[in-house]
Design a protein around this ligand. Sequence first.
Ligand code: IPM
Ligand code: MN
Length: 355
Amino acid sequence: MSSYKIGVIKGDGIGPEIVQEAVKVLDAVANVEGLSFSYEEFLLGGSAIDATGVPLPKETIEGVKRVDAVLFGAIGGPKWDNLDRHLRPESGLLALRKEMNTFANLRPATVYDELINASTLKPEVVEGVDIMVVRELTGGIYFGEPREYGKDRAYNTMVYTKEEVERIAKVAFDIASKRDKRVCSVDKANVLEVSQFWRDIVEEVAKDYPEVELTHMYVDNAAMQLIRYPKQFDVILTGNIFGDILSDAASMLSGSIGLLPSASTGKKVGLYEPIHGSAPDIAGEGIANPIATIASASMMLKYAFGELSAANRIDDAIKKALADGYRTKDLSAFDAKEVVSTSQMGSIIADYASK
Ligand code: IPM
Ligand code: MN
């Protein structure tokens, strides 16, 4: 029997509710697939600030090194918004990404056929969309030095090294090789030196992947093309801040930000989390959509453990729950047969996944 140690970070807001459902589904799948999961909880973000005074406690940094993968909910909330920047929940997450060296953030934007009407875009525009955004996660302007918040001026620095661009480009080309074999690298090379550099390195890496087609697009155009004709994209490769923005835009193709998972991978342990935030306004009400977190658990099975059959079980169970008309409140207006709570949705998916 294969056994895996999973680090669990529930976080703030709806984090605990949605992570609980993903664990429920993981346990259901373990049962039928003959896998064994053990869980160890760690603190991050606002709940860590409340308990220890800092958003990323030492115990968490050390703990995530002991596990095989980390399942993460969401962090942040108004309670902690006025703290100094380095003490804010978001700083804890950024520092954790850096500590774990999870430089490759994979954000799939796919459309569930059952929810084709949930998108604000026309069904014919979004039907069949299947994009993988590969976002560089531990470099660029998020981490560049020098940076300063001064009295009369403030600045950040956007910097990429050759090594950073090479390794993220390889991830994108490897993924594209197993998909539709197209990479669109997004930058702002008409204005920024760092983007011209990015483009040059990506061109170099592309030489090792003759079977994959490489195109380049400026980020402003890419934002427009994502809304105009999203089916033109297979893999989008981009830097930290452009990827942050484009992946939010791409998430809306699917109708709800509550549906999309992500994987942050690198050299060792990966971090698997929904792309949405902690939604403090609806925390504790039992109405959050757990699907993005459950789908993140599926990505963990696939990318961290190579347990493809277990991952497929979860993906199929999500599709079946949606096909059968179960909807959490965010999607209640779209072909709902029954509106269910967060935990009911988790139980339905767990049940389907174990059949
Ligand atoms: C994301 C989030 C984070 C980011 C924030 C919370 C620091 O928006 O994961 O996309 O900007 O990377
Ligand atoms: Mn974001």
